[in-house]
Write a protein that binds this ligand. Structure first.
Ligand SMILES: [Zn+2]
Ligand SMILES: [Zn+2]
Length: 304
């Protein structure tokens, strides 16, 4: 089973080559799948490593990444003040880049180990479900351990536009190491035959029509906005800037219209080598994304 290629942080895994047919939803089948996957995790490198990691292992990597980002900002400020960057600072920026590459690998291993440990801890509450558009949208921007075939960096799922004809959104894998340079890979959940393993969540487990009707209800939208706005300015440890390797912040989009699905985004507040603001952004544009943001910060999604 090649599932560790797509093991997500936050106790969620997308599985390929599952031992049982995806469409069989009988409870016993789900339990058997969960058991098989947990045994697989135990045998895997990540599963064995999990016992060595304590909860929140990624914290130490974030501390190191904070130091590097602060140094990068200092170098940019010095260059602006002096009118040019010294060759010593040029060298240091190259070292920072190399150090980030090592740090990225370590952070990804720590995140995968944390996810393995979380999945094992939650074993009795896990469900498996076919990977749908909503399931995919809920995982947008989250670190995964899928590897970029071009450079070997990790990839994450991103979301494209909504197609009015198919009434579906497009998804693709984007390389985190070289987001502009490496080719993206299309991802169509309907064609992938993947299964998600995660804790049960009414926002993904209720029938599609039913949950959409609840999400779109006026009183629910209003309550969701109020809940979401309480987290403005907070960092999300699962949504990490691929360049700076630091948690991104939930903020309002500039010039927004105040509507739930066009107003919020994750932003990186660090600067590039030239002192310009980092351009990595993850807009919140779907109910499953908003629901996941709430679930990560409050323990329950839109429907709770
Ligand atoms: Zn790449
Ligand atoms: Zn950044």
């Amino acid at each position: 089973m090649g599932f560790l290629e797509s093991l997500f942080s936050g106790a969620r895994a997308f599985l390929r080559e599952v031992v049982v047919p995806v469409l069989q939803v009988a409870k016993q089948v789900a339990i058997d799948t969960v058991r098989a996957v947990l045994e697989e995790i135990d045998r895997s490198e990540f599963g064995r490593a999990a016992t060595r990691y304590i909860d929140g292992a990624s914290r130490q990597y974030f501390n190191r990444a904070e130091d590097l980002a602060a140094e990068q900002r200092e170098i940019a400020e010095r260059a602006r003040r002096d009118g040019k960057r010294s060759s010593r600072d040029d060298d240091r920026l190259r070292e920072i880049d190399l150090e980030r590459r090592r740090l990225r690998e370590e952070l990804e291993a720590a995140k995968a180990a944390e996810a393995s440990a979380e999945l094992k801890d939650a074993a009795t509450q896990l469900v498996s479900a076919p990977v749908s558009d909503d399931e995919t949208s809920a995982a947008v921007g989250i670190l995964s351990s899928r590897v970029c075939p071009t450079c070997g960096g990790s990839m994450r799922i991103r979301q494209g536009g909504y197609n009015g004809t198919t009434r579906r959104r497009s998804f693709y894998w984007l390389c985190s190491a070289h987001p502009g340079a490496c080719p993206t890979i299309n991802f169509d959940p309907a064609k992938e035959n993947l299964m998600a393993l995660r804790k049960s969540d009414p926002n993904l487990d209720l029938p599609t029509k039913e949950r959409r009707e609840i999400w779109e209800r006026k009183d629910v939208v209003r309550e969701t906005q109020i809940r979401l706005r309480q987290h403005l300015g907070e960092k999300d440890d699962e949504v990490i800037c691929p360049h700076h390797l630091l948690p991104m912040k939930l903020l309002e989009q500039p010039g927004n219209n105040g509507l739930l699905l066009t107003t919020y985004q994750y932003v990186c507040l660090h600067v590039d080598d030239d002192g310009r603001a980092c351009q990595h952004r993850i807009p919140l544009e779907t109910f499953p994304q908003v629901s996941e943001t709430l679930r990560r910060s409050e323990g329950a999604g839109i429907i709770h």
